[in-house]
Design a protein around this ligand. Structure first.
Ligand code: SF4
Length: 236
């Protein structure tokens, strides 16, 4: 049983206002929030985001310095077999599939984009190993197509906050885009990801210390059990 507070029959305008207030408060709480993956070039960003699937950003940042040194551009990845990439990323999980995708994506970049990373979400989604979320994350950080990428945190929070009843990430993204002005999509994505990491945990959200608790219907959240301390907060 959940202990959600209803937001009643909320008009779309009221929901938009609430979404903006949520983002305002999260931005006040986490003004420095940014992507945690280390990169210096568009290709490094694309590679790091591909590696981050089912892996922590921290772990990705541990393996990428050696990987980026060995493979400085798309042609370097495209020239080798996936087995030559595997040793550099084997602590990242799903490393065989990721190595295969990195080499295949690099070949496509060389063949179709002159070795450069496209800024179009549609073009990025055609690369092996690049789904809609990955393409969206790359786009917003490279100044490409606007997007409100929906990862596991964004999807969970959008549901709990009553911003969507959808479960498919594409539909969740469309609903968020309808609530939030486009110029705030990138920061909105980052803030929801970080709020999910620091406070609105998947299993036991720390609603008692959440800065948007009074704005949140807590959809699907179970009443908290007594516990001595909250989990420590990660720093954005
Ligand atoms: S921590 Fe609780 S109150 Fe805060 S956004 Fe998550 S479900 Fe809502």
């Amino acid at each position: 049983m959940s202990y959600n507070r209803g937001v009643g029959r909320e008009t779309i305008e009221a929901k938009r206002k609430r979404a903006i207030e949520v983002l305002d408060r999260l931005e006040t709480e986490m003004p420095q929030v940014r992507i945690q993956l280390d990169y210096h070039t568009p290709l490094q960003l694309l590679v790091a985001v591909i590696l981050s699937a089912q892996c922590t950003d921290k772990r990705v940042n541990l393996v990428t310095p050696a990987l980026f040194q060995r493979f400085p551009d798309a042609r370097a990845y495209a020239a080798v077999k996936p087995e030559e990439v595997e040793p550099y990323i084997q602590t990242c999980g799903l490393y065989r599939a990721k190595a295969k995708n990195l080499v295949a994506a690099a070949k496509a970049l060389v063949a179709e984009h002159g070795g450069e990373v496209p800024r179009s979400r549609e073009a990025l989604e055609k690369l092996p190993g690049v789904g809609r979320k990955t393409a969206g994350v790359v786009c917003i950080h490279l100044g490409g197509d606007a997007a409100f990428p929906v990862d596991t945190h964004v999807k969970r929070l959008a549901g709990r906050l009553g911003f969507t009843t959808q479960s498919h990430p594409d539909k969740v993204e469309r609903e968020l885009q309808a609530l939030v002005p486009q110029e705030r999509w990138m920061k909105g994505h980052q803030l929801l990801v970080w709020h999910g990491r620091r406070t609105c945990f998947a299993r036991s959200p720390a609603c008692q210390r959440c800065v948007v608790a009074d704005l949140c219907p807590k959809r699907g959240v179970r009443a908290p059990r007594a516990r001595p301390t909250d989990a420590p907060r990660a720093r954005p």
